[in-house]
Design a protein around this ligand. Structure first.
Ligand code: F6P
Length: 346
């Protein structure tokens, strides 16, 4: 009986009652939900929407913007301006933090409106990622410092994947739940309650074309996986690389795996590849809430104290036992390097 389903609005109201909320969180999520449904509609129209090309501009990171990147960002900003629930926003596509005009909202929204946008135009999954923070007392929402909070301070985080179906995956620190968009009634429906990342895996995701730049611990991990049943791991592994972090994290949530985008010798001058505040932090929050781990290889991502809005970080996340193993490889490599330095100094 299809009417006996928990829709996202119903879920939010039930959670609000259960946790004794004021209704503010429900209002914030309703805004994001409507925004993502609108973006989903644009993405699904594909080439018919006429938004598959380049916008002719670059974002603050110097990346060429696609028309759909710009459109998705505008859809988020329009919601922020109209709703009055938000104090301000920071986006991958905006140089600076942006204050919502005439709003008395106390929450900040940090988002990547369309992640994995190299997949636009080839009909591969892309997604929106979001993170919600409280505006610290006495800080103006256009002041970047309000946004520079470690990931442990997130009130909620989530992503919407625009794939073969549209799904929103959400955490507010009480587990992770997945909702599938039912296009017939225009609402997200709870289809994946209490999502958990399996602790072990035989799948890993990394852009192997960057192997020549990788740090030794990552080389070692991948080398051992590739060696298969005859190597130290004694089993077969599979590689997956979609070049869309949302799709990669979604697969890991569904069936386990490890995702790596390390700081390497090529991206080190920029601090890594993925952005901390609106890519790594929300995904780390979700993965941890689902029983997995998210680190830089050396440090828990959610503990990083950000210094800049568009700061980048190394990312290793997914199945607990694999992320711990990679952490051990980093620790061993660091210890060997420290020993070598001691010997040469002696
Ligand atoms: O910028 C973010 C992103 O598109 C992620 O979604 C994805 O994991 C990664 O970059 C892809 O990187 P590459 O272009 O090196 O494959």
């Amino acid at each position: 009986m299809t009417y006996r389903r928990i829709t996202l609005p119903l879920f939010l109201v039930q959670e609000q009652r259960r946790l004794g909320g004021s209704g503010v969180f429900t209002a914030l999520m309703t805004d994001i939900c409507t925004t993502c449904k609108t973006i989903s509609n644009e993405v699904n129209r594909g080439a018919m929407a006429g938004t598959m090309g380049y916008a002719g501009s670059r974002n603050v990171q110097g990346e060429e913007q696609k028309e759909l990147d710009v459109l998705a960002n505008d859809i988020f900003l329009y919601m922020i301006e109209q709703s009055g629930n938000w104090a301000g926003v920071a986006s991958e596509e905006l140089d600076n933090a942006y204050m919502a005009r005439g709003s008395d909202g106390r929450y900040l929204l940090l988002f990547d409106p369309l992640d994995g946008s190299s997949n636009i135009g080839v009909n591969v999954a892309v997604g929106s990622i979001f993170s919600i923070l409280r505006l610290p007392d006495g800080v103006d929402p256009s002041d970047e410092r309000g946004y520079l909070q470690p990931g442990v301070k997130q009130v909620a985080a989530g992503y919407t994947i625009y794939g073969s179906s549209t799904m929103m995956v959400l955490t507010s620190g009480h587990g992770v739940n997945g909702f599938t968009l039912d296009h017939n009634i225009g609402v997200f429906v709870l289809t994946h309650p209490n999502m958990r990342v399996p602790e072990d895996t035989t799948e890993y995701a990394i852009n192997s074309s960057r192997e020549r730049y990788w740090p030794e611990p990552i080389r070692r991990y991948v080398r051992e996986c590739v060696a298969g049943p005859d190597g130290p791991r004694g089993k077969r592994f599979n590689t997956r690389w979609i070049a869309s972090m949302v799709a990669e994290v979604h697969r890991i949530l569904m069936r386990g795996g490890v995702f790596m985008y390390p700081t390497d010798s090529d991206n080190a001058p920029r601090g890594g590849h993925l952005r901390l505040l609106y890519e790594a932090n929300p995904m780390a929050f979700i993965i941890e809430q689902a029983g997995g781990l998210a680190t830089t290889g050396r440090q828990r991502i959610l503990d990083i104290m950000p210094e800049r809005l568009h700061q980048r970080t190394s990312v290793v996340l997914g199945s607990k036992n694999e992320v711990e193993r990679i952490g051990r490889y980093y620790a061993e490599a660091d210890a060997a390097e420290a020993d070598a330095a001691d010997i040469s100094a002696a």
